[in-house]
Design a protein around this ligand. Structure first.
Ligand code: LLP
Length: 429
């Protein structure tokens, strides 16, 4: 049931055939996920950290579809959320799931804080002094104790796209680590706040261990000081950000893949664990992976509508657009594109673009691909993270259906939107 790395040696055609069937049954564009892959990644991640007390809190924003959350919940993971909406999604799994929730984000509202307090979440990652005051007030009003961690900004540079780098002082995230001790001291005065954690998140799609090591070392130093100051710090939250290789499936029809995810996560675990030893136990490590768990378990299946030439350029126009998958447009992100039935013969240099009325609506530029014709199916790989969760209705385009492959079965987990879904809020006024 999986279509990326390490999934055995069945023939390519046998693996791809189901995609034809899925396209016929559910229409295109459609997101297709492998449950086996997601479960394997969650287990792989947990295995890498088995030596230390930890809780994997999947970052819901990466893919917030309920069936995906349920799969992850079944692996006893928790969740990293950034809004009341994401909390409501987690609450559909049952009240107990909320007890393993960490709540991040720079702009939590009073309503969201109240819902989180009432749901008895694990911990709030507070990002400003003003938020501490609001949370203290809400907690007092509801008479509910809130465990908090300050999200500190460690001023660490991490090599990634500037839009998804977060750990520099010039970014909006967290509280300057140099100010943190004073802020903890202030927070400790509120009766309904329990400052018991320190959290950090330096960015996303980070491919080297170094910046994670630098950030966690600074956090550990802070924990030592805070404990000296008399605070009972029992949680260190290392955030998310572990990157994947978006090129790994190049030239393998998307089914081989050379990215050694296991080695990657083990190196990451080692980098985080070493500085933590200074704390001599007494600490639970919280982790917030998103992309690493779901990106490579998903693809966007789309059909070629037209092929046209403008001057020297050939454009392959698909029925999926930037509203369905915005990563190439927004971050110039690379996604492998694989024809489901590649034509033999000379490859062509093409732009693969969507139907949306924006020049930025592309999936690939100057990409060498087997010849494509109208009606062909292509898969845009590694689209399981920040794909549908970042989609929109721009150009009044209903969002795609989502299907989940579970062993030999396939199941619709989100139906395709209809135009009625889109215009109902306007008809109701
Ligand atoms: N924790 C916090 C506080 C975060 O802000 C994020 C992601 C994560 C965890 C999960 O990071 P991950 O393990 O997925 O890298 N839309 C962009 C990525 C934005 C990431 C935002 N924050 C993309 O498509 O590349």
């Amino acid at each position: 049931g999986s279509f990326s790395a390490n999934s055995g040696k069945r023939s390519q055609n046998a693996r791809l055939a189901p995609l034809h069937t899925l396209a016929r049954k559910y229409n295109t564009p459609v997101y297709v996920y492998s449950a086996d892959q997601i479960v394997a990644r969650v287990r792989m991640f947990a295995r890498a950290f088995q030596e230390i007390p930890h809780l994997v809190c999947y970052s819901v924003k990466a893919n917030s579809t309920l069936a995906i959350l349920k799969l992850i919940d079944q692996q006893d993971a928790g969740f990293d959320i950034v809004s009341g909406g994401e909390l409501e999604r987690v609450l559909t799994l049952g009240k107990k799931a909320a007890h393993r929730v960490v709540f991040s984000g720079v702009g939590k509202t009073a309503v969201e804080l109240d819902l989180a307090l009432r749901s008895d979440i694990l911990i709030f990652n507070v990002e400003s002094e003003a938020e501490i005051e609001l949370l203290a007030e809400r907690a007092r009003k509801l008479r509910i104790q809130a465990k908090i961690a300050l999200r500190v900004n460690p001023d660490v540079f991490a090599e990634t796209h500037p839009y998804i780098s977060t750990g520099l002082r010039e970014h909006k995230f967290g509280i300057d680590i140099r100010k943190a001790r004073a802020v903890y001291r202030a927070a400790a005065k509120f009766r309904y706040l329990d400052p018991c954690g320190v959290s950090v998140h330096i960015g996303s799609q980070i491919r080297s261990a170094e910046p994670f090591g630098a950030a966690i070392s600074r956090v550990v130093d802070l924990v030592v000081q805070l404990r000296r100051d008399g605070l009972n710090i029992r949680y260190v939250d290392a955030g998310g950000g572990l990157g994947i290789d978006y090129h790994a499936n190049a030239g393998t029809a998307g089914l081989g893949g050379s990215f050694d995810a296991e080695a990657h996560v083990h190196a990451y675990a080692k980098t985080l664990s070493e500085p933590l030893q200074q704390l001599e136990g007494n600490v639970t490590l919280l982790l917030e992976p998103g992309r690493f768990l779901v990106a490579q378990a998903g693809l966007l299946l789309t059909r070629v509508l037209y092929v046209k030439k403008n001057g020297k350029k050939t454009f392959v126009i698909t029925d999926a657009g930037m509203n369905d998958l915005i990563r190439p447009a927004l971050y110039h992100a690379h996604h492998e594109i694989v024809p489901i039935e590649p034509r033999p013969g000379r490859k062509r240099l093409v732009d693969v673009v969507g139907p949306v009325c924006e020049t930025g609506d592309f999936f690939a530029r100057d990409r060498l691909l087997p010849e494509l014709r109208a009606g062909d199916l292509v898969a845009i790989l590694d689209a399981g993270a920040y794909g549908n969760s970042l989609s929109s209705n721009y150009n009044s385009r209903p969002r795609p259906a989502e299907v989940l492959i579970e062993g030999r079965h396939t199941r619709l987990i989100r139906r395709r939107e209809t135009i009625q879904d889109l215009i109902r809020p306007e008809l109701e006024v």
